[in-house]
Design a protein around this ligand. Structure first.
Ligand code: AR6
Length: 176
């Protein structure tokens, strides 16, 4: 069984195999959790992101998709970059947000990560409501894990790392 939990904290401090970044399509850093992750990870992370842009991701990363890099100086081993839908650009389809979580889990399995920490993707600059992000995230993660239970390699821990009490309460309410 995979443990799913929510904690309040700074995702850059998480000692898990993979942390998920709420990136932009450009994959070259930004503000919010993206900026925090790049600041702690250091220049190696940006180099790896640039390499992706010069090879497999010349047009950047699509909304709802995910891709892994190393984690530079972070305690985690991998950073999984995903691009949430931007409500301010009319990207209001919950399936796009759900895809961020399921694609990130697929990438985590591909690299062999057994523990994964997620931020509240799209709940910041991209303008989604905390309760909706919590509902979509928890539903998507639960459904994904249920669909793959018993299929190796398994993920042992999914931890939502929330930056505010408001977000933590929203996720706790969904997790029940
Ligand atoms: N640990 C955990 N959560 C954090 C941290 C942290 N260190 N820092 C911020 N958050 P946002 P988005 C929370 O704006 O809405 C960037 O510029 C934050 O409080 O980081 O998906 C990218 O480059 C909020 O609840 O991501 C993109 O252009 C949540 O993380 C754009 O922002 C997500 O907020 C992505 O916007």
């Amino acid at each position: 069984m995979t443990r799913i939990e929510a904690v309040r904290g700074d995702i850059t401090r998480e000692q898990v195999d993979a942390i998920v970044n709420a990136a932009s399509s450009a994959l070259l850093g930004g503000g919010g959790v993206d900026g925090a992750i790049h600041a702690v990870a250091g220049p190696r992370l940006l180099e790896e992101c640039r390499r992706l842009r010069n090879t497999t991701h010349r047009d950047g990363l699509e909304v709802g998709d995910a891709v892994a890099t190393g984690a530079g100086d972070l305690p985690a081993r991998w950073v999984i970059h995903t691009v949430g839908p931007n409500r301010h650009r009319g990207q209001t389809d919950p399936a796009l947000l759900a895809s961020c979580f399921t694609r990130s889990l697929a990438v985590a399995r591909k690299v062999g990560a057994r523990s994964v920490a997620f931020p509240a993707v799209s709940a910041g600059v991209y303008g989604w409501d905390a309760d909706e992000v919590a509902r979509v995230a928890v539903t998507a993660v639960r459904a994904d894990l249920a669909a793959r239970s018993g299929v190796a390699p398994e993920i042992d821990l999914v931890r939502f790392v929330l930056f505010s009490d408001r977000l933590l309460a929203a996720f706790e309410a969904e997790l029940g």
